[in-house]
Design a protein around this ligand. Sequence first.
Ligand SMILES: Cc1cc2nc3c(=O)[nH]c(=O)nc-3n(C[C@H](O)[C@H](O)[C@H](O)COP(=O)(O)O)c2cc1C
Length: 180
Amino acid sequence: MAELDRLITSRRSIRNYLDKPVEKGKIQEMIEAVRLAPSACNSQPWRLIIVDEKDLKNELAKKGLGGVVSNAWAKTAPVIIVACSDLSFFTHKIGEKVQGVQYHLIDMGIALEHMVLKAAELSLGTCYIGWFNSRPIKQILNIPSSWSVDCLVTLGYPAEIPEATSRKSTAEIAFYNKID
Ligand SMILES: Cc1cc2nc3c(=O)[nH]c(=O)nc-3n(C[C@H](O)[C@H](O)[C@H](O)COP(=O)(O)O)c2cc1C
């Protein structure tokens, strides 16, 4: 199996982590994978805040998570990455108005999956968190008002690796030419 196939197939959302720090060098490799991602008009709107100080991380988990989906497990992760977009780009604003497409979210999805696959290659576990409370997170981390908090990603060495979750068949998600 090709290496990329192996990573895509073996990656899991990890929600239980070892109490073991993540090496800065590995985090830098993950940031580099984000840096090289494509983006609309090459605007590179991603801004990552890597939270690895225990007290700050716990405050973030306590005040920034919860609500409809608790995500309480996230505080076991030694690192929480807060993925923001700098929205002060003219092209993004115009594109969004004309096309009705939030390009920064597409850019972010691509870049974060680069990062998550890189983490998997480095034997690290991750989990995207889409349920969070933006306001306290911005306040705790001094995030500028022109940035949006788009996603959180937990990071650390997995304490357990869950079974694969189910997927639709290729026939259900892709169509050649017209849809019958
Ligand atoms: C944009 C996005 C947001 C997500 N938000 C959450 C979340 O808030 N809490 C959580 O436990 N998992 C979250 N997940 C993880 C998904 O539940 C998970 O990817 C999916 O169930 C498939 O499982 P797998 O990643 O192990 O293949 C999120 C995933 C994505 C891509």
